[in-house]
Design a protein around this ligand. Structure first.
Ligand code: PBG
Length: 329
């Protein structure tokens, strides 16, 4: 008998036409959220060294960037504020005239169909760089959970009054989603959704972001509130709390090193799942591509596709404009 050329799975890989037909996962512009760093002041448009292509903008310089995001049909932006004044509690976060509040108003007024999400946290606003109020606990300092929740609600309501579309607490305080939901409902904002940074790890991948927004803790680290990277089952517990407290969307952060968690959440919850493709993940690809060591576009697309394959519906990524340009072309 003559030897046959055995083709089993390869039959469906023979040409781009059939590959397109059997493709299981697709990345599209609708999946993307683009983070923006807004700084108090004027005339600011400064490059972030470790994040090539990403800048800090003052409000008067933001229009060009927003025009581009809008033209690329990216549905949503995630705003981070960089205030000129910091203090121990981060009180600028609940100032109705603060940088974040003015940014929300500016974007909604000029780009009403761009969906505006805010990162609700304190680390960019506190002089110590931690994500809440500090208390002395014996001989060490720690973030006070419940005092931080009170301030978190004030911050949330201030964003709501400014017209934000969705709020996303990133500080990993216990009970944050519940406290915010209750506060919003009591103030008449029951239509405003919450995206929990539900499973957020104490990750070294946030390094470039902390440079970008000047939020490196001045003492200690964030391991008493952010999760231990070794823990997978605990991710389920965190997500269950956020789910029960009324989070509308559950997020995993970072993304690439935590796709097992994305996959777990996809299997266990029917709510939309988001993942945050964080600064370090962006910087590594940009750096290797700049050196000619990898094909930056292809590695970017493959990375983001893997997040969708793991089960993410929404990807928050500094690559959003780059991806949209490729997908729209
Ligand atoms: C906290 C916050 C952080 C990021 C988003 N929100 C940093 C941190 O927890 O230290 C990181 C995002 C990134 O690395 O891209 N407000």
């Amino acid at each position: 008998m003559s030897k046959t050329n055995i083709l089993r799975t390869r039959r469906l890989r023979a040409s781009e036409g059939i590959r397109r037909l059997v493709r299981e996962t697709k990345l599209c512009v609708d999946d993307l959220v683009y983070p923006l760093f807004i700084e108090e002041g004027e005339g600011i448009e400064s490059e972030i060294e470790a994040m090539p292509g990403i800048k800090r903008f003052s409000l008067d310089r933001l229009s060009g960037e927003l025009d581009e995001v809008h033209a690329l049909k990216i549905p949503a932006v995630l705003l981070f504020g960089i205030p000129s004044q910091k203090d121990a509690s981060g009180s600028q976060t609940w100032d109705d005239d603060g940088i974040m509040q003015r940014a929300i108003t500016f974007v909604k007024k000029n780009y009403p169909d761009l969906y505006v999400i805010t990162d609700v946290c304190f680390c960019e606003y506190t002089d110590h760089g931690h994500c809440g109020v500090i208390v002395k606990n014996g001989d060490r300092h720690d973030v006070d959970n419940d005092a931080t929740l009170d301030n978190l609600v004030k911050q949330t309501l201030s964003h709501a009054r400014a017209g934000v579309d969705m709020v996303a607490p990133s500080g990993m305080m216990d009970g944050a989603v519940g406290a915010m939901r209750e506060g919003l409902d009591a103030a008449g904002f029951s239509q405003l959704p919450i995206m929990g940074y539900s499973v957020k790890y104490a990750s070294a991948f946030y390094g470039p972001f902390r440079e970008a927004v000047d939020s490196t803790p001045s003492f200690g680290d964030r391991r008493t509130y952010q999760m231990d990277p070794a823990n997978r089952r605990e991710g389920q517990i965190e997500a269950e709390y956020d789910d029960a407290e009324g989070a509308d969307i559950l997020m995993v952060k970072p993304a690439l090193s935590y796709l097992d968690i994305v996959s777990d959440l996809r299997a266990n919850f029917d709510k939309p799942i988001a993942c945050y493709n964080v600064s370090g993940e962006y910087s590594m690809i940009k750096a290797a591509a700049a050196n000619g060591w990898i094909d930056g576009d292809r590695v970017m697309m493959e990375s983001l596709l893997s997040m969708k394959r793991a089960g993410a519906d929404i990807i928050i990524t500094y690559f959003a404009k780059d991806v949209a340009k490729l997908l729209n072309s």
